[in-house]
Design a protein around this ligand. Sequence first.
Ligand code: GRG
Length: 301
Amino acid sequence: MSTTTTDFQRWASTHQQRIEAQLQTVLPSPEVAPQRLHQAMRYAVLGGGKRVRPLLAFAAGEITEADAGRVALAGAAVELIHAYSLVHDDLPCMDDDVLRRGKPTCHVEFDEATALLVGDALQSLAFQLLAEYRVTDDPSVQLEMVKLLAAAAGSRGMAGGQAIDLAAVGATLSLPELEFMHIHKTGALIRCAVLLGARSGAALAAAELGQLDRFAKCIGLAFQVVDDVLDADATTATLGKTAGKDARQNKPTYISVLSVSDARKHADELRRDALAALDGVGERALRLRQLADFIVLRKFR
Ligand code: GRG
């Protein structure tokens, strides 16, 4: 293994531990009433997941020399929204899944009503973090950050993308239509993670923010293309969640629109576009570049 890979793995592991600790702290104690809801919230969030979104926030924060404690709070807010989306996505009224992160889904371990409330409460907690703690110097920027997260999670972001996804069952989508869906469903929150991380630190010129935004858009889409490839390739045991489900549910994926090898090529084109967007940013973007490689070249979901 190369020194660069080891160095990146060490960085990622340190920051994964940091976000885990942050999430541990902000989630209500399982002993506090209502205990069952708090236990279920912790079950859904802790001890699983790659934490890609907080890692992107930390990496973007390095560009603006953001305080890592502040980025941890912003990254935790994004991860709480992500965890809520997974809990709701797994419900019988949506994807109806029984396995997530290698363990029973939240509604299987607890019950459907609790899982619904877990999602609701995690979403509220995310916004509470951004409202309660200082996550950047300028209060008006902090308000912008709240707005960014609301837009990314809402009907013109992730929730809207999920609505498009549900409506697309059994439909044949063109590549641009599929991309439109994923720019919202998966891409919006990934993009938001990058922007929140960057905005926790020193102000960036509009052009630099534009560069970061372009990086984030490309890598958000690449993430989904790779997710579809891995879903087609892998087994349930290696995924920790049900494999090949999209195809069985007759949902359009990058594999149903492109071949596996064309989907891989597409992911790599998006990775190159993402890296090109960072041209001129220099060494400060090292971790973002490494994360782009990790997202596209990873062999696990
Ligand atoms: C219910 C409002 C609402 C939205 C759900 C994101 C989403 C929208 C559903 C998740 C379903 C899914 C499998 C999407 C594909 C890409 C994706 C977001 C995978 C899961 O994210 P990872 O790989 O998961 O980052 P971990 O477990 O590592 O956090």
